[in-house]
Write a protein that binds this ligand. Sequence first.
Ligand code: CTP
Length: 407
Amino acid sequence: MLTGKRIVLGVTGGIAAYKAAALCSKLTQAGADVRVIMTESAVKFIAPLTLQVLSRHAVYTDTFAEQDPAVVSHIDLADHADLIVIAPATANILAKLAYGMADDMLSTTVLASTAPILIAPAMNVHMYEHPAVRSNMELLASRGVRFVEPGSGLLACGYVGKGRLAEPEEIVEAVRAHFDQRRLLAGKRVLITAGGTVERIDPVRYLTNDSSGKMGYAIAAAARDMGAQVTVVAARTMAEAPSGIEIVRAESASDMLAAVLSRFDDADLVVKAAAVADYRPVIKHSEKLKKSGDDGAAMTLQLERTEDILQLLGERKQGQFLVGFAAETEALERHAMDKLERKQCDLIVGNDVSAEGAGFHGDTNIVTVYDKRGAVASWPQLSKREVADRLLALIAERMERRAGGAS
Ligand code: CTP
């Protein structure tokens, strides 16, 4: 299953470091090429020789102990990795990775690498629940780092609680799932809209909405990681665009319509995560508007309807898989189902944007996915990236089923 996969295994200094030996052995047996990096503290718990024998490669512990003059080791390892696995990961390495520190071989290699990262934390229960650790993990998760949650039970420190390193079999399973997922959308062309549209009143004023673009970008990054060729048509967003995807800027609903329509025929999947204005000012003034009339006089802004992009796509689709979003503050299911039908979507993702942990600005979301028969999946509060992964896995399965001839 893992034949030819190049894995860099980072081992940090906790009592669970001994389990890294079993993990390394299982990864190697599954066919992976494993290169081990140990921190100074990890070496106090388990001998590098153990991991050297199990991985059949020299173990890296010191950034400056270059073993091969032809290469710079941390860059070589960083480029070599298809996946970086850190198990066990201490609170210390989580903090270092969250803040971009590079003061040893492991942190330097991770910072120099563009490979995906899978982390299996292990620590005392109070450390694991500390707000600093939680926020470092959330920050890392928002950048696409995946976690294998620790288990609960009696910890080596004597406490009972969450913090025990996941079993090596579970970590290997997560590694397998990662590589399986990377093929889910291989060769597919995915078009995503993100952010909130901007409808100009004059050169300095506009109408917009609360959309942050984070959900759309998370879906784009997840689709890229599943092997798709991704284009995002992005309206106003403060979020950082993921690398490795094409970004097309579109300010207004009509800009977005043009950008989406010109790419629609070539797309296999379209996900409309953008919050598109339903109305725009009838007149877009070319000069800044001045006050007029008496003090206290009201001003009327006349608005007209914009085009419903998703509805147009629904009318034109020829085999494209179409997914819409319904951000609501009440009667989620009724509104979502109504939009699904009206806009002829294959799936619609509903979220109650007034709920804590869901909606526009945060890094988490709580969604229910509907098809024409009703709710098909409902997930608890998850990082937007995790929502994106689950949503795309569901979409990929349906696309495959459809390609296989099922309804
Ligand atoms: N949408 C669109 N073009 C529009 C309005 C919405 O493409 N002019 C898309 C959004 O990208 C989203 C879905 O339609 O995928 C639902 O958007 P929403 O604003 O919730 O729906 P509306 O149809 O505008 O319904 P309402 O404003 O009545 O809630």
